[in-house]
Write a new protein. Structure first.
Lengths: 489, 215
């Protein structure tokens, strides 16, 4: 018997050839998080919009909270394999109606994060086009061009090729590091100061706003568990890839956010960020490394945003597809195109994107602050809600399900993460006026979070309707494509 | 037993014709989806010939052996040998595994049978062109059969019901059927015995997973 077991399985080894190792998963995850987009776009905006100097510490803090969250999250991934991780987990742990509510929140949040990037890409590409052709169309025309590209690639089922992604990512990170060291080699008159890591600089009035930005910057890290079935050894690959990605992302962001302050001086960083916006990031390197390097960095800024656009577009259309397969959304959403793309899901996301771009163009709103930053922070709030709900779901699931995981993984870490995430959500809510850049008494600060409350309400209600009217659909909530398998009686 | 099915057309050959252009021989769907569909058809041939069935073991749906007599055909024999050697894999693992080789295996069986031209040599400039059907009319016949039956609302025989189910599971119905009457499709699948219904459902789920997975 033992001899038979030692013989390598022809089936397993044939399938393993096609599977992912830790580096591949880390690449997918980090490129979805789009490091250059965050460092050049989000960090400078965070300084400018929040008036908080402690942004670098914010990244470390959120990285640490997410690492605690990840303990329970990757443990759950060993027991529940599904491509729509968050809502599958809450459906299993907290009940199927909560799963539907989570799915609605996910669709809102990911759409917001994706659409915000159309503002960023318009903003990032405009100066390049101006430099090359003398003049540039308005940001929304550029946004529409990239919108069309994303839509077409989504239908053709083109995931940016893994190798291209890896090349772009490595170049991006190289540029970020080079720029960081240029900053460090050219300190301002105040010299090196580590006071951006001083808690006193973070725990101030605008703390919640910094956190919202940081969370939005990390979004994409959660996709690691989605690869569970595609990895060589899910028990090891997924947790390792998750922790490595979180560590790389948070250290890179914190280090870069700090390095950015060095040539300017942490006392002047807020003022300079307000004046220069995202150009803040390219100013010092342009001065010290020359035009060519700065241009290459600007081009990479654009490609980094485009990679993130495509990644989020595909995430959303697959979410919609999975819900269509479960019949939680109408069956048409579960259709595929001849290219194997989730066609209706992809088109839906594309339509939502163009509506927002057109509204912003008509009302002449700012593509960076009012589209990228506001939508990004709104999406970040949604991600926080999902993270908190998922932590609770992990605890509930392991109470209900017999398992041999230890208490740290199933109760303590997820419990700690849940409490920390609730505190974080409260802080974000307190500062949501700053996040949006509106006066404290503006109704907008309550309307936007209320959209999530409405989505949750509709989700719970829809779950209840399905339970009463369509029990066979209700039974498969959270199963994704496997919903097709009703089981042999 | 197996002879009965060999006298007519084989399920996987029919599906191959449905999923490839009748003149150019190009795939109509994504390669991964085509592979999963044809893997379903190879398992379908084994089920129709009474070699295997679907069953629950260790909490998951697996393939269960019914008889291990030679199938008299290299493609199904190779699959059956694998199943005999490693019976403890889940149904979906078998679809993924066979999906890697099914298009090439079924293609070469059809070349042997004179249904497809052997592919032209690849040049160093271009990838090898796909094998092309010897007779476009033969290649069109499975699609025609399904379309006529759907249009006239006539019931299909068991093998063609499985064929219709697999075409639909692979997302090919919208590509090759003139009329995708959901009631007719549901009825056709419902008419199948439980193990063949499971085959169609597992194929649909595997195709869905392939669409969701990021590669």
């Amino acid at each position: 018997m033992s001899v038979k077991q030692e013989r390598p399985s022809a089936v397993s080894s044939a399938l393993a050839k096609d599977r992912l190792g830790i580096p591949s998963v880390v690449f997918f995850v980090i490129s979805a998080a789009a490091p250059l987009t965050v460092v050049a776009g989000s960090v400078s905006t965070a300084y400018a919009a929040t008036d908080v100097v402690g942004v670098p510490l914010g990244f470390l803090l959120i990285g640490a909270i997410l690492a605690i969250f990840a303990v329970g999250y990757v443990t759950m991934a060993r027991h529940v394999v599904n491509a729509g991780a968050f809502y599958a987990y809450t459906a299993k742990g907290l009940g199927r109606p909560v799963g539907v509510a989570t799915a609605w929140v996910a669709l809102l949040a990911y759409n917001a994060l994706q659409i915000g990037l159309y503002g960023a890409v318009g903003f990032a590409a405009e100066p390049l086009i101006k430099a090359w052709f003398g003049s540039s169309p308005p940001w929304w025309v550029i946004g529409l061009v990239f919108w069309a590209i994303t839509g077409v690639l989504g239908l053709m089922r083109v995931d940016v090729n893994g190798k291209i992604l890896a090349f772009l990512l490595i170049t991006e990170i190289a540029v970020v590091l080079v720029f960081d060291f240029v900053g460090l080699l050219n300190p301002a008159s105040v010299g090196f100061s580590l006071n951006v890591f001083n808690p006193g600089e973070l725990f101030v009035g605008g703390l919640g706003a910094v956190i919202a930005t940081c969370v939005a910057s990390f979004s994409g890290f959660e996709s690691s568990v989605v690869f569970a079935e595609e990895t060589k050894d899910p028990r090891r690959t997924v947790p390792m890839a998750t922790y490595i990605s979180l560590a790389v992302i948070s250290i890179l962001y914190a280090f870069s956010a700090w390095a950015m302050t060095v040539p300017i001086g942490s006392d002047k960083i807020i003022q300079t960020a307000k004046e220069l916006g995202p150009n803040l990031y390219f100013a010092a390197p342009k001065e010290h490394l020359g035009e060519t390097i700065a241009t290459i960095a600007s081009v990479l800024f654009v490609t980094s945003i485009v990679a993130a656009l495509i990644a989020f577009h595909n995430t959303i259309s697959r979410y919609i597809f999975a819900l269509g397969r479960e019949r939680v959304l109408p069956a048409a959403f579960g259709h595929t195109s001849a290219t194997g793309a989730p066609i209706v899901g992809s088109l839906t996301q594309t339509v939502i994107g163009v509506i927002v771009i057109i509204i912003y163009a008509i009302y002449d709103l700012d593509p960076f602050l009012q589209l990228f930053f506001v939508f990004g922070s709104f999406g970040g709030l949604g991600v926080l809600l999902m993270l908190a709900a998922t932590s609770a779901a992990v605890i509930a699931y392991f109470i209900k399900t017999p398992n041999n995981e230890n208490v740290w993984r199933t109760k303590i870490a997820p419990g700690l993460a849940f409490v920390l995430l609730l505190v974080v959500i409260a802080l974000v809510m307190v500062n949501f006026d700053t996040v949006l850049g509106v006066p404290p008494d503006s109704v907008l600060r309550w309307i936007l979070p209320a959209i999530f409350v409405v989505a949750i309400g509709f989700g719970l209600a829809w779950g209840a309707v399905l339970r009463a009217r369509k029990p066979d659909v209700y039974a498969t909530i959270g199963m994704g494509a496997q919903a097709a398998v009703k089981g042999i009686k | 037993m197996a002879k009965d099915h060999l006298s007519g057309s084989l399920l996987a050959n029919d599906l191959y014709f449905v999923l490839h252009n009748d003149r150019t021989g190009r795939m109509r769907l994504h390669p991964r989806v085509t592979g999963l569909g044809l893997a379903g058809a190879v398992l379908g041939e084994l089920m129709l010939a009474g070699h295997i069935t679907a069953g629950i073991a260790a909490g998951e749906v697996r393939l269960a052996l019914v008889n291990t007599h030679p199938t008299g055909d290299p493609v199904t024999q190779k699959a059956l040998d694998h199943i005999i050697a490693e019976p403890s894999h889940s149904f979906r693992t078998w679809l993924q595994f066979l999906g890697q080789s099914a298009p090439a295996d079924v293609g070469s069986r059809m070349i042997q049978a004179g249904l497809l031209h052997p592919p032209a040599r690849r040049s160093w400039l271009r990838a090898a062109p796909p094998p092309t059907p010897v007779d476009p009319n033969t290649a069109m016949w499975p699609i025609g059969r399904l379309n006529l039956a759907v249009e006239r609302r006539e019931p299909l025989n068991e093998q063609d019901n499985v064929l219709l189910g697999l075409v639909s599971a692979a997302g090919g119905a919208r590509v090759v059927l003139w009329d995708q009457d959901p009631d007719y499709l549901a009825h056709a699948t419902a008419a199948l015995p439980v193990h063949l219904r499971e085959l169609v459902a597992q194929t649909e789920a595997a195709v869905g997973d392939a669409v969701i997975s990021r590669r």
